[in-house]
Design a protein around this ligand. Structure first.
Ligand code: ADP
Length: 661
């Protein structure tokens, strides 16, 4: 049964002269406790009716009602059930009303004895409409009620009558118990004035009010503390997010956390779950705690770190001197115990810095001194919140750094592309204009001698061939630079590649006299781990250059030996015109030719060495030039990887010495 009517409204209708007022919950608690105490302290047998909004409020007072029921058999307790509150007649009458009942918004206490009478009839104010602009203050003590509290016996009688009639509606079977009470009320005030000394009541009231005030002050203190911490988390978060420099992020977080949580030392460092140690760089210190900055901090074997990695959450050891984790460490391995002693760590908090379940680092708070430190749950939560922010910021900073790298690479590529277009344009225009001049002359001068015609035609053909090579080399270099080459890396005998390169060279330069070519390759050489076709390309280009820049009387030597690492160093040396020291690196630039664009006699493209460098570095090798200067010959060296496990048999067929030319 739901009775929506308000007891307060019914009372105010019956007694229109009564003016309600506003009470805070804390005042009503104090008043009702003082009223209940009056019953407990007196020798009257009063009627006591208490209506609680919900069962949970009644539960807090249930023990008092048990004691009150020793004084009088007229006790009625009403509440909306939440667990097992039902209609019952035991020590006193309990009356359960439904949650939607009008009583669920009201708080009533009526005490009516022979010597004293008082009542409290109130309804809770719904504050939601008043607090629309400002967020509601979630403090129980701030709840407000509107109603009456009085010693006035007429009002007490009326209130008792309304409530008793209401109880009869919920529990009609109580009529025989309630009817005499109602009859008594109908006969008018039992006594005109209160016959008790009001001083004890006032004293108790003040005591309860003080207690309420104390509770309120405590609640505000805890709110203020929470707010202070929240502000701290926000300020650290803001500082951490403002920066994209991981060092600054970790420094700020360590400093602020250490200060606010009153730690002796706060460390923040980066590590992964597999790291055996970390270098400490970010530290907050409270004097005179010794600094750990710059030291290597052991992680493996530290039970605290292992637990943090395993549980992926904060671990706090309040007293390192008595904690089981530390005492478990055997005598033989005293590292951790000595660590806590050496660095004066009495209480130790370790919090993981995680991002998507990956450990990025850790935050440590050390409390030093002779007494263990107590760390509240919300303080640990705060460190965890900041560790989360640190994780996010670190990832952000890293992504930003990667992005910057990528941008720089893109810019470099773009510059290269523009340079290439400019240079290639120039390089192509030169032969093209020669071809054009030759063909125009041939077309416009029909009387030209046969010999001159032949010269013109030969020039146009030679420059046409140069353009073809230039375009071919340019395309090869572009493919290599943009990573569009599909490598077929497999074990190769070096001598085979050298032979192929030599036959290609001889086919190309059939018409020219070549210098003597000497091959010195040991039979013991291991197989090389490269793409054979591209290695032949490198060898051909280097041999071609060596022959190009060496007189026919000179000599070109091919040598190879294994260096200290897992690489073979190949050397192609010649006795030709040599390279000046300041040009040894420049020769690898695109389009570098000593003769310059106008005096090209050797027919190269200026891209050969740039192509060789791209190929060799792609395999993890190195290529460089050496020379004793002009006319003292040149040496081109490059390194290539060998097959990891000694698969060297096939190379036994290598010829020791081979002479061509
Ligand atoms: P090119 O097609 O002009 O030979 P490369 O890139 O192969 O282009 O070589 C660039 C330049 O390096 C050559 O033009 C030449 O000046 C110099 N060079 C290369 N190899 C040798 C060598 N063996 N002796 C002297 N100079 C060389």
């Amino acid at each position: 049964m739901i009775i929506p009517d308000s007891v307060l409204e019914t009372l105010l209708k019956a007694l229109p002269q009564v003016r309600p007022q506003i009470y805070f919950k804390s005042s009503l608690t104090a008043l009702s406790h003082a009223m209940e105490d009056q019953v407990l302290a007196g020798n009257d047998h009063p009627l006591v009716i208490a209506s609680f909004q919900r069962e949970r409020f009644y539960r807090q007072e249930a023990h008092r009602y048990l004691r009150i029921s020793d004084r009088t058999d007229q006790v009625y307790v009403l509440a909306a059930p939440e667990t097992d509150f039902t209609n019952r007649s035991e020590h006193y009458e309990t009356i359960a009303f439904e949650p939607g009942d009008g009583l669920s918004e009201e708080w009533h206490l009526v005490v009516m004895g022979e010597q004293y009478a008082s009542c409290l009839i109130c309804r809770e104010r719904d504050l939601s409409s008043e607090t629309q602009s400002a967020p509601p203050l979630h403090v129980d003590q701030a709840r407000r009620f509107e109603g009456i509290w009085t010693f006035d016996r007429t009002i007490v009688l009326k209130s008792a009558e309304i409530l008793l009639n209401r109880i009869l509606q919920y529990r009609p079977e109580l009529r025989t118990k309630i009817a005499p009470m109602l009859a008594q009320i109908a006969t008018g005030p039992i006594a005109a004035i209160n016959q008790v000394d009001p001083a004890p009541f006032a004293d108790r009231l003040v005591t309860y009010l003080q207690a309420g005030q104390y509770k309120l002050a405590k609640a505000y203190r805890s709110i203020a503390e929470k707010e202070r911490k929240e502000r701290l988390v926000n300020s650290i978060t803001a500082a951490v997010r403002r920066s994209l420099d991981p060092h600054e992020i970790l420094n700020v977080a360590a400093e602020e956390l250490g200060k606010v949580l009153g730690a002796g030392r706060c460390l923040i460092y980066r590590c992964t779950s597999n790291d055996s140690s970390a270098i400490l760089q970010h530290e907050y210190l409270l004097n005179p705690v010794p600094s750990l900055s710059g030291r290597t901090w052991t992680l493996q074997g530290n039970p605290l770190f292992e637990e943090v990695v395993q549980r992926q959450e904060a671990v706090f050891i309040q007293d390192t001197q008595t904690d089981a984790r530390f005492s478990m460490i055997k005598d033989g391995d005293r590292t951790l115990k000595s660590l806590t002693e050496e660095w004066d760590i009495r209480s130790w908090l370790m919090v993981p810095v995680l991002h998507q379940n990956q450990l990025l680092g850790a935050v440590e708070l050390h409390y030093c001194g002779t007494t263990p430190h107590v760390l509240e749950h919300d303080e640990v939560e705060m460190v965890e919140a900041i560790a989360t922010q640190v994780g996010v910021a670190l990832i952000q900073a890293e992504s930003f750094a990667n992005l910057e790298d990528l941008n720089q690479q893109l810019e470099a590529l773009d510059r290269t592309r523009s340079n290439l277009i400019a240079i290639t344009g120039h390089e192509l225009r030169t032969p093209l204009s020669t071809i054009q001049v030759c063909l125009e002359s041939l077309a416009s001068e029909p009387d030209m001698s046969q010999d001159l015609r032949q010269v013109m035609l030969n020039s146009a053909l030679a420059d046409g061939e140069r353009m073809r090579k230039l375009i071919q080399d340019f395309l090869t270099l572009s493919r290599l630079e943009s990573g569009r080459v599909e490598w077929r890396i497999e074990p190769q005998p070096l001598w085979e590649c050298v032979e192929l390169a030599l036959s290609s060279l001889q086919a190309r330069r059939m018409s020219t006299a070549l210098p003597q070519i000497v091959t010195q390759l040991s039979t013991e050489l291991p197989l090389v781990q490269v793409d054979g076709e591209w290695l032949v390309e490198v060898l051909t280009k280097l041999l071609d250059n060596a022959c190009k820049f060496t007189e026919a009387q000179g000599r070109v030597t091919i040598q190879a030996e294994r260096n200290e690492g897992a690489m073979i160093e190949v050397t192609i040396a010649d006795t030709g015109r040599g390279i000046e020291e300041n040009r040894l690196e420049t020769v690898f630039d695109r389009f570098y030719q000593e003769e310059g664009a106008l005096r090209r006699t050797t027919g190269g493209t200026g891209l050969g060495l740039a192509i060789c460098r791209q190929i060799i570095t792609n395999w993890g090798g190195r290529i460089w030039a050496e020379s004793n200067g002009k006319d003292h010959g040149s040496e081109f060296h490059f390194t290539i990887p060998i097959v990891p496990s000694g698969e060297t048999k096939r190379s036994a067929a290598t010829r020791r010495r081979r002479t061509t030319g």
